[in-house]
Design a protein around this ligand. Structure first.
Ligand SMILES: Nc1ncnc2c1ncn2[C@@H]1O[C@H](COP(=O)(O)OP(=O)(O)OP(=O)(O)O)[C@@H](O)[C@H]1O
Length: 223
């Protein structure tokens, strides 16, 4: 269970440019559910997701993952927590374009202390599940948009995290690949993962397996 209590994020705090990107946000996400944050560009979706992922810290308020306050962890603790618990799929994939699919996907496992044999097995397994195993030794810059997305999904999932956060996951995809992405999300939900998607893509709004849609407007939650 993820509990978000009274989160605000202020940029340029204390200066003339002070700006509330998020204002007094409260919500809960049950384990195994699929929730969507929708909102126009600039409404605060990416800011909220990066705070949920413990990549950035709120200016005030707290986030609990299974009763543990994660929003106040020191940075080193946050990265350990993230490495074990969070899969983050970025808007622009954030892959290393000059490296192979295998190298990209094995990357999150390196700080977790696995042997090379274990890394090879885990990467092969997730590449097969993500339907990109046939491009294992290909350099990422040679992949199509849909293949890059599948590589990004494989990299996000290789640590077997239970919580999957996706920031505008279909913004660089065509219609068919967007539907394929949604199919992957359906499978991940069936497997019991908690999934949070920030998007303004209407394809997500009528899905029969969404548990809750929240809307952000100017940094505030309107339900
Ligand atoms: N590091 C930063 N410093 C200052 N302002 C920021 C910073 N990051 C985001 N903002 C501002 O906070 C607001 C919310 O940005 P955010 O990226 O969270 O919106 P978004 O809903 O994800 O938008 P998009 O759909 O365009 O990605 C915007 O007005 C943005 O300019």
């Amino acid at each position: 269970m993820i509990v978000v209590k009274n989160i605000s994020k202020i940029y340029f705090e204390g200066s003339k440019k002070e700006f509330y990107a998020l204002k007094n946000i409260n919500f809960e996400i049950k384990e195994g559910s699929f929730v969507i944050f929708k909102g126009v560009s600039g409404s605060g979706k990416s800011t909220l997701l990066s705070i949920l992922a413990t990549i950035s810290k709120p200016s005030s308020g707290e986030i609990f993952f299974n009763n543990e306050v994660v929003s106040k962890y020191p940075d080193i603790h946050s990265s350990n927590f993230r490495a074990r618990n969070i899969a983050y799929i970025f808007q622009s994939f954030n892959l290393f374009e000059d490296l192979t699919v295998f190298a990209n996907v094995s990357f999150p496992l390196i700080p977790l202390g696995f042997s090379q044999k274990e890394i090879d097995e885990k990467v092969e397994e997730i590449l097969s599940l993500s339907n990109i195993i046939h491009k294992k030794d290909e350099i990422v810059s040679n992949l199509s948009g849909g293949e890059k997305q599948r590589c990004a999904i494989a990299r996000a999932l290789v640590n077997r995290a239970n919580t999957i956060l996706c920031d505008e996951p279909t913004s660089s995809l065509d219609f068919e690949n967007s539907l394929n992405f949604i199919k992957s999300i359906r499978e991940l939900k069936k497997a019991g993962k908690t999934i949070v998607v920030a998007t303004h893509d209407p394809l997500f709004f009528d899905l029969d397996f969404v548990d809750k849609i929240f809307e952000l407007k100017n940094g505030e939650l309107v339900e």
